[in-house]
Design a protein around this ligand. Structure first.
Ligand SMILES: O=C1C[C@@](O)(C(=O)O)C[C@@H](O)[C@@H]1O
Length: 255
């Protein structure tokens, strides 16, 4: 079983960490949310969705803001994510600009963890992983489908591919069109956990139908669930407080 250290916490099998997204445009809103997360008794990790930030392509402003965010987080880890539009994010970006941006994020030491989209291509993903590891930063390789849920066997193949590239954590977010799709996501997660217990996973089925996967995913092997405090960053996210209550109830039931 692997354990990934990040800031004052860890990602590890059997413990579901609550990650609260910061998905705002202005410095003021971003800082206010980071203060709330830093003070929260339920938030373990903050995700800064820099695709929302109005000055994301200005390195000086980005770096200065990240320093303030990290102060506000008081030791809680910061996951930095640029979600491209085709994967459900706020902005379009070319593969070259994506790699340059994430290289700068890594180099500036503003993140404990970064998210790298599998769809950016093997070379980009592997180079970013290598760079991040040189700087002691953990990498979540991710794939999002906001329209449908591929078959469980395809989801497993995708997670195996991510692990093969050297991901510290493999993340899949898919949209269900039926309850069977939610079950497929959970089946794929549970199968991965059984076949590759050394691989850390984060999986979720989105939207109202998939919401249950955010609550019970830990039982199948998912080590993080996204809960909102202000604005949600994806459909189906529950509030961090309600998520914490449910996770706590499940933990008590199984331990
Ligand atoms: O990858 C994910 C998961 C997510 O899309 C969700 O469904 O909770 C939310 C995003 O902010 C994050 O980057």
């Amino acid at each position: 079983m692997s354990v990934l250290r990040a800031g004052n916490t860890t990602l590890e099998d059997g413990k579901v960490r609550i990650c609260v997204p910061i998905a705002y445009e202005t410095e003021k809103e971003i800082l206010e949310e980071s203060v709330r997360i830093g003070k929260s008794s339920v938030a373990d990790i903050a995700e800064w969705r820099i695709d929302w930030y109005q000055d994301v392509f200005q390195p000086r402003k980005r770096n200065a803001l990240s320093r303030k965010i990290r102060e506000n987080l008081q030791g809680k880890p910061l996951l930095v994510t640029f979600r491209s539009r085709r994967e459900g994010g706020e902005r379009d970006i070319t593969p070259e600009a994506y790699q340059t941006l994430l290289d700068e994020v890594i180099e500036s030491n503003m993140a404990d963890l970064i998210d790298v989209e599998l769809s950016q291509g093997m070379a980009c993903v592997q180079e970013l992983i290598k760079h991040a590891h040189q700087m002691g930063i953990g990498v979540i390789v991710s794939q999002h489908d906001f329209k449908k849920t591929p078959e469980a066997s395809n989801l497993i193949t995708t997670m195996e591919q991510m692990a093969g590239y050297g991901a510290d954590v493999c993340k899949i977010a898919v949209m269900p069109q039926s309850l069977a799709d939610v079950a497929a996501l959970l089946l794929a997660t549970g199968t991965m956990k059984e076949n590759h217990p050394e691989t850390l996973l984060i999986t979720m089925s989105m939207g109202r139908t998939g919401c249950v996967s955010r609550l019970c995913g830990g039982l199948f092997g998912s080590v993080m669930s996204f809960g909102s405090m202000g604005k949600a960053s994806a459909p189906g996210q529950v509030s961090a407080k309600e998520l914490s209550d449910v996770l706590w109830a499940i933990e008590r039931a199984v331990n």
